[in-house]
Design a protein around this ligand. Structure first.
Ligand code: NAD
Length: 494
């Protein structure tokens, strides 16, 4: 694996048909280290012609892969998990270089990715149909079949675990896959393609085509040769992908953005609520997380104390280059840096100076995309920083007086991905879980649950569910077989 950019180095290619493959156009995409803003590697830029080749290759390999006994497919996926563990150090370094996240979080990212392959390895031989009672003259049963060739469009915030999150269940259920990673973070995806092939996935059953979204991504979502599309990314792109897939009536599921409320009551364990708030918005991937807790709803009785303690903790966070393992790494790209610092300007306009942060980091000599953890207090419900996904280390604090008001604020964004409540009153916690519009609800916790728990959104956060056993449904379709076993002639009965 090469991680130092040099024009004479071997460059990253597409991974099609079980081998590194140059793009048809020969064009390259520079891959930038967010901690320096300098390119350190290049990758072949896939176009619609390359997506076409990858889909053909997947189609040819599909029957081979599907034909492998489920238990043996599972063993291949388990070998993939083992290989990821064996190459964890190198993969984590590459992930930090392309994404900017602290190296300890990259190592966790590789472990989570491996865990997806391990989990779905164990499910490959448990995708079962049903028998349906229609009366004694019938035998009716269902077969759970793979969709066929599935397309996977992956964002840059968790390039390894989000690759694994949809590819592992798709492969476990017998699909052949074509993956389009984000243009900012394509290198680990190409490595995962190679590792899957080494683990025993037949040539062509896994293909990785880096490229720009408007070219390679669009080609994958509108292609007639794809039988299902798994999209993870922003709401506007999700709409385009869903519209493109609709033209060919291709099943699609959309995992999009969020604006996720954390509600804290006076009876909560406040130290725990502060710890979890820190993780939810600052120290996990610099807040570049779809399920980041970016709207903090504090009961008016604890507002002042909570803010004081939180600001003091945030002041101790380190911001820096991912390989130095700070608490908060660089944002992924200049575009993301401009977007997030733009929201700091919006916040200052809407509520005035923040309680802390509010500027780029002091590391001015490094040119990296660093932003200080920032807290805006006194945020009103209808403000942009209360309603829009910022996707960076920026927290908005709102105040509420009672349960009804907390629920109204939590439910009035366009999103519905994740919500959390901190309280010792379990009746109140479960009332909130029942009434809040969110695909996952945390009680006295944030980011709980691993690969086993289902995940997905309501409203603009998307539709369809990933993770856990639910993903096996996402990547299969059901065939019903209905036989009349009393219709045979007397000859047949002899
Ligand atoms: P994005 O929508 O810009 O890009 C996501 C992927 O789509 C990339 O691979 C990109 O190249 C591709 N793409 C871009 N334009 C396309 C097009 N026209 N057709 C097809 N593909 C196209 O999103 P992003 O900025 O990379 O990721 C951040 C967003 O992802 C945030 O909104 C975040 O909330 C969301 N996200 C959601 C989840 C979830 O599980 N719900 C997880 C992670 C990230």
């Amino acid at each position: 694996m090469s991680t130092d950019y040099d024009s004479s180095d071997e460059r990253y290619e597409l991974f099609i048909g079980g081998k590194p493959t140059p793009s048809e156009s020969g064009e390259q995409i520079p891959v930038t280290d967010p901690s320096t803003s300098k390119p350190f590697e290049t990758v072949a830029a896939g176009s619609s012609a390359d997506i076409d080749r990858a889909l053909k290759s997947a189609r040819e390999a599909f029957s081979d892969w599907r034909g492998i006994k489920p238990v043996d497919r599972g063993r291949v996926l388990q070998r993939m998990a083992n290989r990821m563990h064996a190459e964890k150090k190198e993969l984590a370094e590459l992930l930090t270089r392309e994404n900017g996240k602290p190296i300890s979080q990259s190592k966790t990212g590789i472990e989570v990715g491996a865990r997806y392959f391990e989990y779905y390895a164990g499910t490959a031989d448990k995708v079962q149909g049903e028998t349906i009672p229609l009366g004694s003259e019938y035998l009716d049963y269902t077969l759970r079949e793979p969709l066929g060739v599935t397309g996977h469009i992956v964002p840059w915030n968790f390039p390894v675990s989000l690759f694994a999150r949809t590819v592992a269940p798709a492969l476990a259920t017998g699909n052949a896959v074509v993956v389009k990673p984000a243009e900012q973070t394509p290198l680990t995806a190409v490595e995962l393609g190679r590792l899957l092939h080494d683990a025993g996935v037949p040539a062509g059953a896994v293909n990785v085509v880096p490229g720009y979204g408007i070219e390679a991504g669009a080609a994958l979502s509108e292609h007639e040769g794809v039988d299902g599309v798994a999209f993870t990314g922003s709401v506007p792109t999700g709409r385009e992908v869903a519209a493109a897939a609709a033209r060919t009536l291709t099943p699609v599921h959309i995992e999009a953005g969020g604006k996720n409320p954390i509600v804290v009551y006076p009876d909560a364990d406040l130290e725990r609520a502060i710890d979890q708030t820190m993780i939810s918005i600052f120290t996990r991937n610099a807040g570049q997380v779809c399920s980041a807790g970016d709207g903090l709803l504090l009961h008016e009785d604890i507002h002042d104390e909570f803010c004081e303690r939180l600001v003091s903790r945030v002041g101790k966070l380190t911001v820096g280059a991912g390989l130095e393992d700070p608490d908060v790494g660089a944002l992924v790209s200049e575009t993301q840096y401009e977007k997030v610092t733009g929201y700091i300007d919006v916040g200052i306009e809407e509520v005035g100076e923040p309680l802390c942060g509010g500027t780029a980091s002091d590391r001015s000599s490094s040119d990296g995309y660093f932003v200080k953890p920032t807290i805006f207090d006194g945020v009103e419900r209808d403000m942009r920083i209360a309603q829009e996904e910022i996707f960076g280390p920026i927290l908005s604090v709102l105040t509420f007086g009672d349960e009804q008001e907390a629920l109204e604020i939590a439910n009035e964004t366009d999103y519905g991905l994740v919500a959390g409540i901190f309280t010792r009153n379990l009746n109140r916690a479960h009332r909130f879980a029942r009434d809040v519009v969110a695909g996952q609800v945390f009680i006295n916790e944030w980011f709980a649950g691993g690969v086993e728990t289902s995940f997905g959104g309501y409203r603009q956060s998307g539709f369809g569910r990933e993770k856990g056993m639910e993903a096996l449904r996402t990547f299969t379709t059901t065939k019903n077989v209905c036989a009349n076993i009393d219709s045979m002639s007397s000859v047949d009965r002899r």
